[in-house]
Write a protein that binds this ligand. Structure first.
Ligand code: SAM
Ligand code: DTB
Ligand code: SF4
Length: 343
């Protein structure tokens, strides 16, 4: 049976394998509020229509420019407005980036994501980053960058350099967003996502849970993501890492099952996308990580560090993979007729 006509019915909801971008808010809410085991069953079923359920895509992160960011994102250790004690640095030399990418490839990652603490890069700041994209690609890794808002023409330049993915998160619902960030709008973010898509770069877009948002906000965030046409190819779901010195340092920890529920709903709503279990893993038990993977997450950050905070060690991740019988998803085959990597 093809994904087009393949569906299951659970408590009156028709759940299909074919990606849809016309979800209504009511449908997303009904799905999100299913009994957890029904939702997990739906997510597993959808997951197996599109993916090897035992393979996990592994990306490694590198902060190529750290801290002193003019933005006021209330969760972020890199904002210049909060005293978080992080070590800041300007743009890293190309050579160091290449070495880090080579180490990531040797460890088994297939994608290398470079993050910079800009509101958005100036044209002259983009130039050395294009060079980094070319170098990392030449090593044989997929490339991703997250640089904030993009101005006109910048996405095209990144595409020409061979960039595969651009990460730009919506972070939370449109309604809750102004409580978290005041220096740029939700609409600004959608505009950058539009530019990335128009330039032919794959979109990596998700959010953070545990900012103090309500369930309605989580449902609304998923609704916006699942009605982007086409869906983001990669959907990172972060749990807030509470950083001393930020306004959210004392945020209440989000219930683990609510986090799992959000992952499972994302899997059902965006059946063909990779859903990434992102920041927050160091605070999760191995059983919790396994539950997130069972709920349809099939991507992770792999490597000891995220941008400024810790991630589980590769040894711990390798041991977890072995215990669960998981494998690292292999790199997509390169299509030499295009500069980008085919998926
Ligand atoms: N400056 C760029 C931007 O904001 O788009 C790129 C880097 S920014 C650190 C990338 C993403 O990391 C944010 O959108 C947010 O989703 C996530 N993030 C940052 N701090 C976090 C934290 N303390 N806990 C969880 N996720 C976080
Ligand atoms: C994403 O969604 N999560 C990553 C990546 N995209 C750039 C970043 C997580 C950052 C966590 C806090 C830190 O290490 O500074
Ligand atoms: Fe700056 Fe990005 Fe952190 Fe916001 S999330 S303060 S834009 S580095």
């Amino acid at each position: 049976m093809s994904p087009a006509d393949n569906e299951i019915r659970i408590r009156g909801l028709a759940i299909g394998a074919r990606p849809r971008t016309d979800w209504t808010l009511d449908e997303v809410k009904a799905l999100f509020e299913l009994p957890l085991f029904d939702l997990l069953y739906a997510a597993q079923w959808v997951h197996r229509q599109h993916f090897d359920p035992n393979a996990v895509q592994c990306s490694t992160l590198l902060s190529i420019k750290t801290g002193a960011c003019p933005e006021d994102c209330a969760y972020c250790p890199q904002s210049i407005r909060f005293d978080t004690g992080i070590e800041t640095h300007d743009l890293m030399p190309l050579d160091e980036v290449r070495k880090a990418a080579e180490r990531a490839k040797a460890a088994g990652a297939t994608r290398f994501c470079m993050g910079a603490s800009y509101r958005g890069p100036k044209d002259r700041q983009l130039e050395p980053i294009l060079e980094m994209v070319r170098e990392v690609k030449a090593i044989g890794l997929e490339t991703c960058v997250t640089l904030g808002l993009l101005r006109e023409g910048q996405a095209e330049r990144l595409a020409e350099a061979g960039l595969d993915y651009y990460n730009h998160n919506l972070d939370t619902s449109e309604a809750f967003y102004p409580k978290i960030i005041t220096t740029r709008t939700f609409a600004d973010r959608l505009e950058t996502l539009r530019r990335v898509r128009a330039a032919g770069i794959k979109v990596c877009c998700g959010g953070i849970l545990g900012l103090g948002e309500s369930r309605e906000d989580r449902i609304s965030l998923l609704h916006v993501l699942a009605t982007l046409d086409p869906h983001p190819e990669s959907v990172p779901i972060n749990r807030l890492v509470r950083i001393p010195g930020t306004p959210l340092e004392n945020a209440t920890e989000l219930d683990s099952f609510e986090f799992v529920r959000t992952i499972a709903a994302a899997r059902v709503l965006m059946p063909a996308s990779h859903v990434r279990l992102s920041a927050g893993r160091t605070e999760f038990s191995e059983e919790m990580q396994a539950l997130c993977l069972l709920a349809g997450a099939n991507s992770m950050f792999y490597g000891e560090k995220l941008l400024t905070t810790a991630n589980p060690s590769t040894a711990d991740d390798d041991a977890l993979f072995a215990r669960l019988g998981l494998v690292r998803e292999s790199a997509p085959v390169r299509d030499e007729s295009r500069s980008a990597v085919a998926t």
